[in-house]
Design a protein around this ligand. Structure first.
Ligand SMILES: [Ca+2]
Ligand SMILES: [Ca+2]
Ligand SMILES: [Ca+2]
Length: 440
């Protein structure tokens, strides 16, 4: 593949030089040196498209962002070349070239219409490893996308699917070697959201599942495949809620029809999963089962209960103090129960959260000061290391980039609530930045 990576680099260089941002110089200056014969033929094809008024275009999102990409679409061991163009009138085209007889020749053109290219993906669409082109474009509203899917069959480019969606995920959930296509789709008239799964049937994608999502969904934020506590494969969808905060839908995929485990059967509400902030479903305790973060009321707005939903049961498996602002969370020690509270303070590049036992907790409360158990400090910015040093005796919990997380464990009479350093380190976690790139 090294050869192809080299060629992609050369083609990218050509695209940059041809993009119009470069100084206008004589054409000969940009002649690519020593390009293998077959790529000269490709460059000639691309030049014809450019000379007809089209411009190179690249995706804004996802992992495939080059304007010219080499992917083996028909699994014959030789990459096809896919080149993306816009023509100013909203037409977005992907030209597909196949290689044979020492040259690249056009197989077909995938056409779409939108503002810009949002993403390009290549889901696996046959057991022998054929890949389809999934071209996503943005529209004016910037919340709905258009996707056109096409594949090379019998030497021709054939469209397989064309639809509008809000969020997409490609994943082989039944281990047959082919990707299923999962979409969250908004009904423009009612505003209601549906989750849909398309599955390959022969050479076509067929709509296999459709399920209503909860009534609170305003925009979809994240989709992932996970496993339920009773071993079922499920689609976990996190969404911003129309009434503020976030909700989840958990849809099992194993049966003949999907079952939404989190909605209220009568009204379709997903408020059983509601939380205030953008915290997504995750395997919080590392047991392989995907857990749903839920706010359960109470004083502490940062307190989340992580629940495993099954058809018959909902079970809390962990509580966390979830500090999204400072990007850390802590598994809530069972022995703290409802007795421990928390208070956050923040400065320019230092913030802290102190956990304390309230006055009603007894256990030797001294009547004057609130009795702190521990304080977690977060130092951000380029001086984080220096700022840490102005807290003598602080213990470092973790570092992430330039951010340093430290703590003080406070000696007091509340022994039954106190944690040692090892226990705190085990409970403490940095929230890593997760970029939403359509499931990749
Ligand atoms: Ca090929
Ligand atoms: Ca599959
Ligand atoms: Ca879990």
């Amino acid at each position: 593949m090294n050869k192809y990576i080299f060629i992609i680099a050369l083609l990218c260089a050509a695209v940059i030089l041809l993009s119009g941002c470069s100084p206008k110089l004589g054409g000969d200056v940009f002649a690519l040196p020593n390009l293998p014969k077959e790529y000269v033929s490709l460059q000639n094809e691309l030049n014809v498209i450019i000379s007809n008024g089209a411009e190179y275009a690249a995706a804004e999102n996802g992992v495939n962002r080059q304007a010219v990409q080499l992917v083996d679409l028909n699994a014959d061991g030789t990459p096809e070349a896919i080149a993306f163009f816009t023509s100013g009138d909203g037409a977005i085209k992907a030209y597909v070239f196949g290689y044979g007889e020492d040259r690249y020749a056009q197989i077909g053109v995938l056409e779409s219409y939108g503002r810009r290219i949002w993403s390009v993906d290549y889901p696996v669409c046959s057991e022998k490893g054929d890949r389809a082109i999934a071209l996503s474009v943005t529209f004016d509203d910037e919340v709905t996308y258009g996707m056109t899917v096409a594949s090379v069959r019998d030497g021709e480019l054939r469209q397989m699917l064309d639809l509008q969606y809000s969020e997409v995920l490609f994943e082989d959930t039944d281990s047959d070697g082919c990707d299923e296509l999962f979409f969250a789709v908004r009904n423009g008239a009612s505003g209601a959201y549906l989750a849909q799964m398309y599955k390959l049937s022969g050479d076509e994608y067929k709509l296999r599942y459709t399920a209503a999502m909860c009534t609170e969904v305003r925009t979809v934020a994240n989709m992932q495949i996970g496993m339920t506590a009773d071993g079922k494969t499920a689609l976990y969808i996190d969404s911003a809620a129309s009434n503020g905060g976030f909700v989840s839908d958990v849809l099992t995929l194993d049966g003949s029809a999907p079952v939404n485990l989190t909605v209220d059967a009568a009204g379709g509400s997903g408020m059983a999963t509601w939380r205030a902030s953008a915290v997504y479903c995750a395997d919080i305790d590392g047991d392989g089962i995907t857990d749903v973060p839920v706010f359960e009321g109470g004083e502490l707005k940062s307190m989340l209960s992580w629940k495993d939903f099954t058809l018959d049961d909902t079970k809390e498996i962990a509580k966390t103090y979830y500090n999204l602002t400072d990007k850390w969370y802590m598994l809530w020690p069972e022995k703290w129960g409802d007795a421990v509270s928390a208070e956050r303070k923040s400065g320019a590049d230092t913030s802290s959260v102190t956990f304390f036992v309230p006055q009603t907790a007894g256990d030797g409360y001294n009547g004057e000061v609130r009795n702190a158990i521990l304080t977690v400090y977060v130092f951000t910015g380029e001086n984080s290391g220096e700022n840490l040093k102005s807290y003598p005796g602080i213990k470092v919990l973790a570092t992430s980039g330039s951010t340093v997380y430290g703590c003080f464990l406070i000696e007091n009479d509340y022994k039954r609530y106190s944690l040692n350093e090892e226990q705190l380190k085990e409970a403490f976690n940095v929230i890593e930045q997760s970029w939403n790139t359509e499931g990749y």
